[in-house]
Each structure stands twice: as structure tokens, then as C-alpha cells.
Ligand binder design. Structure first.
Ligand SMILES: [Mn+2]
Length: 426
């Protein structure tokens, strides 16, 4: 299913007057306060977030999974779904594939399809957290950290294969997330597990093309509930440093214990030039896979404040790989992703409204109240008209969620694919 330009133009016609009114009001207010509205709008339009292939179907828990009708059941259909998101939002210009589920059977055809939809291939993700059919070794007791050399070699080879697949598609990064750890005290020797992981990562790193990055993701717990080998940003940073210049830490919002100061983590990693990528989601308790910005929008804004600062002040840190990483169980996955993209853009726009010079002066004067006022005044601004303008300028719709419903995208997908398709790669 493709959304035609005429459909978008027709849809926008109805909301244009109201958009112009609210945009003009906000733009004149911001301009009076010294903001360069044009630059902010163009920065928003440039900001692209990769969609993970596993977020396009309904997620599940170990208690069950409720399928959502019309889910994509092939890589081609997944790309089509990202195409729908991108044509509405103009923010989803990349896809992140999960191997082994998303191996193309015809690389040229897949690249052609992605080009036509204006979608790039972002980081590719390996999977050593579950066993594949016919695999010689099992990951039940870990993969890159396993006590068995044969298991480690299988996991290393899988990652090298994933790099080859990504390379054929134009991808430039490998994301490694490990479920390795232990569920009971005494089960693992911490030092051996960590050293095995380091050695395995170095073997993978050796297979990385020169212009690639390796992104090392961390997570404190789950699926193991006593220890995780790469449990925090410190462990990830040590492993990345142990590999070399092309290895970086990847921060996933949901992969922290409650109340962790994620904005501080992000900030320090940028200072050290070691923040490679970012996974957006939200959570109340743990890795809850909730819609970005649905629980802690202010924390997201504070993170963006640091990211914006880092993008402006830390040339030693490379451009970041931005990706949504959430896949939960009851919303239409595409509507969920639209809401997430909107929340990301909103937090980014608000962070762009922070006067960094004014903040710096207030910090130097130890004017604590002023510092807070600067942040909160940016946060309290309703920036949605700026997002609408950025989308309109790029050929997207004023309100993606309303357009998605008005155009009955899900109905169209069900008609095309049938009801009982199941997305793979979850
Ligand atoms: Mn993640």
C-alpha cells in the first residue's frame, strides 16, 4: 500500500488554515524572543529516525501475543509499512533490520524498493538471544560470553554474516545486544564471562569494514534476572574501548534501572566521543516497550537538551544512529510509531528552543532558579505547529495520526494482506 501525493495534498487542504494561524502566532512570538524559526524548522525536517523491522507487528509478552490484522509478513511488506510512515511523517527515512528474519532473497530488488520509498538502511541487528532452527549450538547459557568455545564461534560467525548482509544493502553499523548473563548467584564467573565477551567482540570488530561502526548496547536485567554481562554504560564503554575507534556505546532508554540519570550518561559519552547510537522508547518499570514520551516526556526533553549540546559542542563524537526500539502489544503498531516519532520531534524542537548561551551564563553565575526557568520555559512551549510546518515543507501531512485514520491505512493493509498475517523478527 502506498499513499499518493494527491491524497496528502487533499488531506492537508482541510487543516491548512488552522495550521497557518497557529504557526504564524508561534513563529512571531519565537522570533520576538530571538529564535531563528526557519533554522529550527529545517533542523526538524532533517532529523530522521530509523524504524526497527520488529516494531511493525504487534509485540507480545511471555503471557501471550495478540496479533494485529494486516501485519507485514515479508521484508518487502515491512519496507512498505516504513514507506507509509515516512510519507506521512517525513521523519522515518530509515529502517533497521534484524537478522536472521530480514535476509533479502533479492538484494537488488530490495534496494530498489527502499530507494523508491526514500528509505535508507540503518544499523543491522544480530540476534544471539534465541536458537535458530538447525543451529549446531545453543545460546541457552549465553552467546559471546559462553563458556564453550564452539558456541562463541557460532555467535561470532553470525555477527560476521550480519555485517556482510548489511554491507550489501548500504548499512554502516552493526548493533550488538546480548542477552548473556545469569539468573542465579554462582552460575557464572563474572570475569570469565566479561573477558570472553571482549575477546568475541574483538573477533567481530576485525570483520568490520573501515567505514562501519560497532554499537554495543547494554541492559541491566532481563532475560536474566541476577546478572547481565553488559549491564550498564560503563561495561559497554569498556568493551567498546577494548575493541577500538569504530566501536561505540549505544544507549537504549528502556535499558536502565528506574530513575537513572540518562541525560548525564548521554552527555559524558558524547564528551568522550563514544556515544554511537540511541534507542527511543519509554517505560514505567523496566524495558516496557512503551510509546516514546508517553510516561516521562520531561526526561526525554532533558536528554535532548544534552544531545543538542553534544551535537553543537562535541565534534569528537560521530553522528548518532537514531532508532525507535519498542514493540508492544495492544496498539496498532503503525499508530504507535507515529506517536513515537511525534514525541521525538517534539522533544527535539523544545531542546532547540533552549538558549544555550543564556543557560551557560546562568550556570556560571550559579543562578539555579534562572537555569530551571530557561529549561522549563522551552519545555512549556507548544511546538507542534513547528513540527507541522517541517512536515508540510517536506511533503508530509499536518497531522499524521489523523491522516492515517482518515485514509484508513490499516483497512487498506488488511484488504491487501488479509487478517491473519504475522510479522516476524520479534
Ligand atoms: Mn534497544
Amino acid at each position: 500500500m502506498k499513499i499518493q501525493k494527491e491524497q496528502i495534498a487533499d488531506y492537508n487542504q482541510k487543516g491548512l488554515e488552522s495550521h497557518n494561524e497557529s504557526f504564524d502566532f508561534l513563529a512571531s512570538k519565537l522570533t520576538k524572543n530571538g529564535h531563528d524559526v526557519k533554522t529550527i524548522v529545517s533542523k526538524l525536517a532533517e532529523f530522521q529516525v530509523a524504524i526497527p523491522s520488529w516494531a511493525l507487528g504487534a509485540g507480545g509478552t511471555r503471557f501471550g501475543r495478540f496479533s494485529f490484522y494486516g501485519e507485514p509478513s515479508s521484508l518487502e511488506q515491512k519496507l512498505d509499512d516504513v514507506g507509509v510512515l515516512h510519507s506521512l511523517t517525513q521523519t522515518a527515512g530509515a529502517v533497521s533490520l534484524h537478522i536472521p528474519w530480514d535476509i533479502p532473497s533479492d538484494y537488488a530488488a530490495i534496494k530498489e524498493q527502499a530507494d523508491a520509498l526514500n528509505i535508507k538502511f540503518d544499523a543491522v541487528n544480530s540476534n544471539t538471544f534465541q536458537d535458530q532452527k538447525d543451529a549446531a549450538e545453543t545460546y541457552k547459557y549465553g552467546s559471546l560470553s559462553n563458556t564453550s568455545q564452539a558456541v562463541r564461534e557460532q555467535a561470532i560467525q553470525h555477527n560476521l554474516d550480519v555485517i556482510k548482509i548489511g554491507d550489501k544493502l548500504g548499512s554502516k553499523a552493526l548493533t550488538v545486544w546480548l542477552a548473556d548473563g545469569s539468573s542465579f548467584p554462582g552460575q557464572n564467573n563474572f570475569q570469565t564471562a566479561f573477558q570472553n565477551t571482549q575477546d568475541s567482540l574483538i573477533d567481530i570488530y576485525k570483520g568490520l569494514p573501515d567505514d562501519w561502526k560497532m554499537l554495543v548496547e547494554y541492559k541491566p536485567y532481563e532475560p536474566n534476572f541476577y546478572s547481565t554481562v553488559i549491564q550498564d554504560w560503563g561495561a559497554s564503554l569498556m568493551l567498546a574501548n577494548g575493541c577500538g575507534d569504530k566501536a561505540y556505546t549505544l544507549v537504549d532508554l528502556g535499558h536502565h534501572l528506574p530513575n537513572s540519570n540518562i541525560e548525564q550518561i548521554v552527555s559524558i559519552l558524547q564528551l568522550k566521543g563514544k556515544l554511537g547510537g540511541f534507542h527511543f522508547n519509554d517505560s514505567k518499570y523496566g524495558d516496557d516497550d512503551l510509546t516514546v514520551g508517553s510516561i516521562k516526556p520531561y526526561a526525554l526533553f532533558l536528554i535532548f537538551n544534552e544531545l543538542v549540546y553534544g551535537m553543537q559542542n562535541n565534534p569528537q563524537n560521530p553522528d548518532l544512529a537514531w532508532m525507535i526500539d519498542a514493540s508492544h502489544n495492544i496498539k496498532d503498531p503503525l499508530e504507535d510509531l507515529i506517536q513515537s516519532l511525534e514525541a521525538i520531534q517534539e522533544a527535539y524542537a523544545k531542546a532547540l528552543l533552549i538558549d544555550q548561551n543564556e543557560l551557560r551564563t546562568a550556570q556560571l553565575n550559579n543562578d539555579v532558579v534562572k537555569c530551571q526557568e530557561i529549561l522549563q520555559s522551552a519545555y512549556r512551549t507548544d511546538v507542534r505547529p513547528l513540527l507541522e510546518k517541517a512536515r508540510l515543507n517536506s511533503g508530509g501531512v499536518i497531522s499524521p495520526i489523523n491522516a492515517y485514520r482518515a485514509l484508513d491505512v490499516r483497512g487498506g493493509l488488511i484488504k491487501e494482506r488479509g487478517k491473519h498475517t504475522v510479522a516476524t523478527g520479534l
